[in-house]
Design a binder for this molecule. Structure first.
Ligand SMILES: [Zn+2]
Length: 258
């Protein structure tokens, strides 16, 4: 489906800001095992409920002058920053999709969810179900207008099952817990969105990125090489790359191999 590009730019930028607003809630509450819905947005100090017009992404913080309307406590600048980042990433997704609505939704999801993946996995080694299971559901729904539901389903089973089996076998060999189940669900979601082949490319790019960054970082900071590695951010970064260029990369690979 082709839609005027500028319409998609604005629409997905606004959606990005709204997602950013939701991610603020997710990033704060998920690691603390709090409900995402109840209670509604409130000041953490005086519990004063935040009015709807003060909850408008980015603008709300400026209307309030960065302080709670009730107790005047400072509200962290990171809230509007995350919302702005969501807006920027939403815009970038729409730009890259080149007027294709289905591609735009898929790219939007892959790029915007990098915010909670980075914010939560690096700190807590967790990936929220909203992002991982959400990706599986969205990918499968979108497949009816893109790769087809069967390819999507095979992608979910092969990627999720494959990575689960791999990490299970590894954990038996090294006798330590292997990859987190969050990573398994995240890759299953990529399989749902782009099919098993391109999701496999994401896995290879993600693993390469993870090793290329983590080994030098741990050598430099003298951190324990065996401590668990947050894999989600690297896998997440690899996904839009693979979604956009995976076919070209595979063609290049086949060309040199065959
Ligand atoms: Zn307050």
């Amino acid at each position: 489906m082709d839609i005027p590009a500028i319409f998609l730019w604005v629409l997905f930028a606004v959606w990005g800001a709204c997602f950013g607003s939701f991610f603020n809630v997710l990033i704060y509450r998920m690691p603390r095992e709090m409900s995402l819905i109840k209670p509604g947005s409130h000041c953490p100090l005086c519990k004063h409920k935040i009015a709807i017009w003060h909850n408008i992404p980015i603008l709300g913080w400026f209307i309030l002058g960065g302080r709670c309307a009730n107790c005047k406590e400072h509200i962290s600048i990171k809230y509007p920053v995350v919302e702005f980042l969501g807006m920027l990433l939403g815009f970038i997704a729409a730009l890259l999709a080149n007027g294709d609505l289905v591609k735009c939704i898929a790219l939007f999801w892959l790029i915007v969810t990098l915010i909670p993946i980075f914010a939560i996995d690096f700190k807590y080694l967790l990936l929220p179900d909203t992002v991982t299971v959400g990706g599986i559901l969205l990918g499968f729904a979108l497949s009816f207008w893109s790769i087809g539901w069967l390819t999507s389903l095979v992608g979910i089973v092969v990627c999720g099952g494959g990575l689960f089996l791999f990490s299970f076998i590894c954990s038996k060999i090294i006798k330590k817990e292997g990859m987190g189940f969050g990573d398994v669900k995240l890759l299953a979601g990529f399989g749902a969105i782009m099919g098993a082949e391109l999701a496999g490319v994401s896995l290879i790019i993600g693993a390469t990125l993870a090793l290329a960054v983590t080994i030098p970082y741990r050598l430099f900071t003298k951190k324990d090489m065996k401590s668990p590695l947050p894999f989600g951010p690297f896998l997440g970064l690899a996904a839009p790359i693979s979604y956009l260029f995976g076919d070209d990369l595979l063609n290049l690979l086949y060309f040199y191999l065959l």
